[in-house]
Ligand binder design. Structure first.
Ligand SMILES: C[S@@+](CC[C@H](N)C(=O)[O-])C[C@H]1O[C@@H](n2cnc3c(N)ncnc32)[C@H](O)[C@@H]1O
Length: 228
């Protein structure tokens, strides 16, 4: 960032392009604030994911794109003896999530990795559950990411995608910059084309939120799928 861009950011706030780039991959000095704002506006999406996960004792669970990792501490209490894993390609998010979840990491219940979801650092058939929230908009070629999800999911496991609908995203100026937007039928089609069977979808109508100057009442989808 050159000095002019920095001054603009300081006095006028981020442009929609800068915001989009931060949401795709939080980085630099804005990363902490972006992580905290995501926590505030996305809590209900996490609650929707936890219900869909339908966890049993002893399961191994992966979250792709965990942001600052604020919610692992709540997820761990949802069943006994869970093993949690997180994968995120933002160095800043992995650092913040590691600091925030130091106790879970130290006692061996949480393991965080830095890396992209189209090349996952896990052996085949490791996870009972995989979920991601507000991540699939950024997958330019969903087939490669979904191929990896299929590979590391156990037979009989489930994959939960949580995303805001295209009609909600269209109200956000930053979502014009590098986001692929989906309605329910669009994402179901992508799942089917990549070897998944969608089995249940819950529509979340959220409370009105303010996100960086925009007020809106978003609608999100919590979509459960298994391997065909
Ligand atoms: C919009 S944020 C969502 C964070 C959190 N899940 C939430 O909903 O509040 C997207 C997160 O996914 C991560 N991410 C995006 N694409 C990714 C990829 N291909 N592989 C790994 N992490 C990715 C970003 O670094 C970021 O932390």
């Amino acid at each position: 960032m050159n000095p002019l861009q920095f001054l603009r950011l300081l006095f006028k706030g981020p442009t929609p392009q800068q915001m989009a780039a931060q949401l795709r991959k939080p980085h630099g000095f804005m990363a902490r604030k972006v992580g905290e704002r995501m926590n505030a506006v996305n809590r209900s999406l996490y609650q929707g994911a936890w219900e869909a996960l339908d966890l049993r004792d002893g399961m191994r669970v992966l979250e792709i794109g965990f942001g600052n990792g604020r919610f692992f501490g709540e997820l761990i209490g949802q069943a006994k003896d869970l093993k949690l894993h997180g994968l995120d390609f933002s160095k800043e998010m992995v650092e913040q999530a590691s600091a925030q979840n130091a106790a879970l990491i130290a006692n061996g219940t949480l393991s965080l990795s830095l890396g992209p979801s189209d090349r996952m650092p896990y052996p085949d058939a490791l996870f009972d559950r995989i979920f991601c929230i507000n991540v699939v908009y950024f997958w330019e070629d969903p087939a490669t990411h979904l191929g990896e999800v299929r590979r590391v999911l156990k037979p009989g496991g489930t994959f939960i995608t949580v995303l805001r609908t295209r009609s909600s995203m269209e109200k956000l100026p930053f979502a014009d910059h590098g986001f692929t937007k989906y309605e329910q039928a669009d994402w179901e089609q992508v799942l089917r084309a990549n070897g998944f069977i969608p089995s249940a979808t819950t529509v979340l109508r959220e409370a009105e939120v303010e996100f960086l100057g925009s007020r809106f009442t978003p609608e999100s989808l919590v979509m459960t799928a298994s391997v065909a």
